[in-house]
Design a binder for this molecule. Sequence first.
Ligand code: 6PG
Length: 471
Amino acid sequence: MSDKKYDFGLVGLGVMGRNFILNVADNGFSAYGLDLSSEQVEALKTEGGDISKVDATTSTEEFVANLSTPRKIMLLVPAGKPVDIVIDSLLPFIEEGDLIIDGGNSFYTDTDRREAYLNEKGIHFLGVGVSGGAKGARRGPSIMPGGSQPSYKYIKPIFDAVAAKAHDGKPCVAYLGPKSAGNYVKMVHNGIEYGMMQLTSEIYDLLRKSAKFTNDELHQIFAKWNEGRLQSFLVQITSEIFMQEDNLAPGRIVDVILDKAKQKGTGKWTSQNAMDLGIPVPTIDIAVSMREISALKDERIEADKLYGRPEVEAIEKEKLVDLAEQALYFSFITAYAQGLAQLSDASKEYGYNLDLGLIAQIWRAGCIIRAGLLEDITIAFNNNKDLANLLLAPTFVNRVQEAVPAVREVVAFAAKNGIPVPGLSNSLTYFDAYTSSKLPLNLIQAQRDHFGSHTYERIDREGIFHTEWGA
Ligand code: 6PG
């Protein structure tokens, strides 16, 4: 054991962990890693090469002893039981005043439980969302910290240094709120991510099925979009995906990837919790359902044979690209609108005191849902801290309005031609319903009162009413 004490400790030296710790070291902080697998420890030592500020061990005791106090220990291990196991393995060695940071996609109630458990022992605890995948961890992720503010001061300098920097130089990290605020925000980030991925895949389907665009053309379309108002990480990687050659057979890899999407659960949690809160997020809901439908591959093949589908009409290529761009732009806005509305409600419900402008600001770089659009979303929420929904922001009204006719055309065309676009259609329906001063739910109230005497309110006078139906 050396005398040198390290500034930062990281448990879990998988690819994410190794990249994060190297990022910390690159930014001038010494960092010490722990993993029970000696292979991961060796991998870090190899990747760390001549970076003298990094070392690692397989011994928890040695790990803790090598950290300067108060210790700052970040966990990048799979969410769930492993987090509890690692915390309990650290407890015999760490001291009061030390800080544990969970950087995984932990469920927010687990974070609340762990904070209470550790605070009782005098240990600081933060639940922190980290987005950007392995590359983000190395070059600069977006970091969403939650927990007690006094605990945050210990790690702030390191997070400020390692986080992605937006074009104005601001780090994509900020203290977001107490308790599980960080994990909750990351969960909704992932829900929006699911929505945007679903929407992008529908546009791809539409382009390839109706106008028979080749992968080369699709690459060019998405690359061009990425230079305009759709500029985003997901549009950028989509353009790259179309060019990737298959390394096992001739052709492009995208054409041989099985159309069954997996999930680890964060999108589903977003939908489930939105239901609990009573907040509509239909674009996110359908993105989760589509991953589930995609998993029914064998049934889909059988049903395809039974039902067939309409012959897809030819459509002029240039026109379709223009309509598709508008539809994607519109639906990206509605996906952000729904996720941010959920955050606004959760903030009141769970006492997070979230600043939506700040959240949009730290999503501008490093994370999976980073996009040019977030610049204007940040401004919209900064201009009006009480903005109930992005669709009510004056800067968005004209743009949304201008795109709506194209979205209607795309959704109608897809429906007529049997191309499933549930994300686009749910986004449009969300918009149509949210902007309707009159919905037919008066009938539902009448039905409820008819069969169950559930009562209703009236539009012309105050009070609760019941009718003796058919009397
Ligand atoms: C990120 C991502 C990441 C997430 C993966 C996979 O922000 O870096 O959201 O945290 O785990 O995208 O998620 P699914 O397996 O659920 O698609």
